[in-house]
Design a protein around this ligand. Structure first.
Ligand code: ATP
Ligand code: MG
Length: 464
């Protein structure tokens, strides 16, 4: 049974409202002010809030703000007196679901509450999907499929994994996915950002310390290795650890044991190690900044995340994913991008990879009030490509190498190849989406069924 919270300081009105809602099959919690409402929200699983504006202690607007921040999935219906449309509009701006005016029209009330209850249900489902899929990995391109295969193969093994890739390619996400897909899932996942911890504190952070080990060590404290016992330890930005620590880390990994700083007891822990870096460790070794033996110790299994420009077929999926994510978070009914905006997004080099793309989508959403995101909503750096009239599809050309020799022919060839590649990827994606139903895929691609069939033949996706 859906639960409705009614907040109104007028006892008669509370009774009338409660009676009607109960008749309609809702469970009703009636309270006299905002403060009581806040308590009720904590105690019960409330599906919809109906609140009066003027109440002692905490008024309706404050209650609305409380719900918006603490229970964002719960729709709030405001009760307004006749002729106070301004306040109602104000409430809607602040995120109220709808308003009803006193005296109530029973039909109207029924309709609004019913709509709110259904919306609340959808929102709750979204929230849950979001939480379960927190580490959902988006991308179906060849390189990502390979990454998934490695994850599947090694997630549930004790092997150390080294994740490499440019900044923003999803290294941390992969580390968490490895943990979540292992039988250590319920145990701790401890992340250490090696770049953020001052070098002289790194040892005590990792291995802990005993009371009196140094000035300020008034109590003893376990390190991250101990905290990660039975779980996974994620050493992020491993390329940043100083050489002295590299030796200590190597020893801990090799011997599977260590001591706290200032401690004499040798500790053993059961920890699955995952490390990540955006540096080229082999180059670091050559430069004498990273120990080769530690590198081999860490690099048992390597997951390399290619930059986004080398997997442009994932861009549409990622855009879609983040639009959905931010539409829910920002409560905007944005549906996607216009073809013009999409074209620019596909051409962008995405040097900041997925993190940059995520930020761009969020910024677009802030400037778009609804419908589709269009070119003017895009950040300036993306629009520039458009106004300059010089599309530089680095994303398309990067995976191809121009062969030396006749430059003109090389360029033309590269462009042709890149276009064909993109076309093929978009077509395959539409087909995958529609279980290879050509009619449906043609609709998705906004081309005729006939031209899709022709293209499929040309691209070798179908027998001629
Ligand atoms: N395949 C993916 N699907 C969905 N979201 C992703 C994917 N890869 C990365 N992201 C998102 O992109 C953002 C950056 O990812 P993450 O922090 O894992 O990157 P990183 O490689 O650790 O970057 P840095 O080197 O800068 O720390 C995160 O918000 C993450 O959720
Ligand atoms: Mg990271």
């Amino acid at each position: 049974m859906k639960q409705i919270l009614v907040a109104d300081d007028e006892p008669n009105l509370r009774r009338v409202l409660a009676a009607q809602l109960q008749r309609e099959g809702y469970e009703v919690h009636a309270v006299a002010d905002g403060a009581e409402a806040v308590a009720a929200l904590d105690d019960h699983h409330i599906d919809v809030v109906i609140t009066d504006l003027r109440m002692p202690k905490m008024d309706g607007m404050e209650l609305l703000q409380h719900v918006a921040t603490h229970h964002p999935e719960v729709p709030v219906i405001m009760i307004t007196a006749h002729g106070t449309v301004d306040t109602a509009v104000e409430a809607l701006k602040l995120g109220a679901f709808d308003y009803v005016t006193k005296p109530f029209d029973r039909e109207e009330l029924r309709h609004v509450v019913d709509k709110a209850a259904r919306t609340g249900e959808l929102r709750q489902r979204d929230v849950q999907v979001e939480e379960r899929g927190r580490y959902r990995l988006i991308g179906q391109s060849e390189p990502m499929v390979q990454v998934y295969e490695i994850i599947e193969r090694v997630a549930d093994t004790p092997s150390t994994v080294l994740i490499t890739g440019e900044s923003g390619t999803g290294k941390e996400l992969i580390a968490r996915a490895l943990h979540e897909q292992s039988r250590r899932e319920k145990e701790p996942f401890i992340r250490v950002n090696c770049a953020a911890i001052p070098p002289d504190l790194l040892e005590s952070e990792l291995f802990g310390y005993e009371k009196g080990a140094f000035t300020g060590a008034v109590t003893s404290k376990p390190g991250r290795f101990e905290l990660a016992h039975r779980g996974s330890l994620f050493l992020d930005e491993i390329g940043e650890i100083p050489p002295s620590m590299q030796v200590k880390l190597l020893r801990a990994l090799q011997e599977q044991e260590f001591e706290r700083v200032g401690g004499i007891k040798t500790l053993h822990v059961d920890v699955r190690l995952i490390a990540a870096t955006n540096r080229d460790l082999e180059q670091e070794i050559a430069a004498g900044r990273f120990r080769e033996d530690l590198y081999y110790r860490l690099n048992v299994v390597q997951v390399h995340l290619p930059p986004l420009r080398d997997r442009i077929s994932d861009i549409p999926l990622l855009l879609e994913h983040f639009v959905e994510k931010f539409a829910a978070k920002l409560k905007r009914s944005v549906r996607g991008f216009t073809p013009e905006a999409s074209a620019l997004l596909l051409k962008h080099p995405w040097r900041g990879n997925i993190r940059e793309l995520e930020n761009v989508v969020e910024r677009c959403m802030l400037f778009c009030d609804g419908g589709r995101i269009d070119v003017p909503h895009l950040p300036a750096e993306l629009r520039k490509t458009a106004s300059a009239g010089t599309p530089t599809p680095e994303g398309l050309v990067a995976p191809l190498s121009l062969s030396p020799g006749s430059e003109a022919a090389g360029l033309k060839e590269a462009v042709r190849e890149a276009t064909a590649k993109l076309e093929r990827e978009l077509i395959v994606r539409a087909l995958d989406q529609t279980d290879w139903n050509v009619t449906h895929a043609a609709k998705v691609l906004k081309i005729s069924r006939k031209s899709l069939q022709t293209k499929m033949k040309e691209l070798g996706l179908r027998e001629a």
